[in-house]
Design a protein around this ligand. Sequence first.
Ligand code: ASP
Length: 344
Amino acid sequence: MERPRILLIYTGGTIGMIKNRQTGTLQPIDFENLRQHVPELKELDYEIRAHQFQPPIDSSDMRPALWAQLVHIIAQRYDDFDGFVILHGTDTMAYTASALSFMLEGLRKPVILTGSQLPIGVLRTDGKENLIGAIELAAATDSQGRPMVPEVTVYFGSLLLRGNRSTKASAERFEAFASYNFPPLATVGININYNQSAILHSDPFRPLIPHVEMDNSVIAITLFPGIRPQIIEHVFEMPDIRGIILRTYGSGNAPQQPWLLNALRNATDDGKVVVNITQCDAGAVEMGLYETGNQLLRAGVVSGGDMTVECAVTKLMYLLAQGLPPDEVRRLMAQSLAGEVTEQ
Ligand code: ASP
């Protein structure tokens, strides 16, 4: 039996940070230091190689060009490794996981993002368990030698979540990530319990199709009582905007004001894609349920179903970059490409 080969990609984030004694702030350390802090890595009988972002970043600085860099690294070394573990700050981890789930089309190997709430050099760190667990999950195979979870996932606080269903739910707890609309793909305790029926397996005869283009001419707008019509109208009319994620109330409701419906209609007529997702953590948009939702439908708004905001934003960036006509982007927004939405 060959030893599992895992590529660790260190992008930055708390997991690899150390305290600057003068300023008291956290600063990134070199990846080799991270390895020194986790001597257990040497005990795993795996071939672990590392790639480090130069410089490592706080994940607040994550952006599409760096997602493309991750896609390049994985695509170039796809055949050399059995699994990939990306160490990433928690703040935008769910965005990166969502983006990669679309950018790595036809993925058949595990790509697991993890990080930590406390730096790895700190006594009570959650980083060690997250890192070691993620590596084990990335190396896990079934009796036929096939990867257990060949998807882009987030592993955090003993839960393995589908990346494009995950969201950062706590800035405090070690169980920092949640997936409100889809069950965990695996739960790690004394044993690893896989939720087999929830795990996606891509067609084995399709190759990996890496995508590096993302069109960031999108905006996410959260509705709130009293939102000013002029601001909405101004943003919707901006020529640089091609896609709008509208975070509405409850099951997809918005004020029944003519100014809003007109602004939406004009945006749609202009070729902009408007997607309705809910501000609620759990549940889905159902635009046929109330008259308010129906009016949005008539204004050309498409339902984002039960997608997270991280997923809706990155999926829209991905689809807009494909050079598709707006109607095709609208159709695909409602369709599951990588298990990100429950089709209605
Ligand atoms: N600000 C950090 C980051 O996202 C927090 C973390 O690593 O969890 O990069």
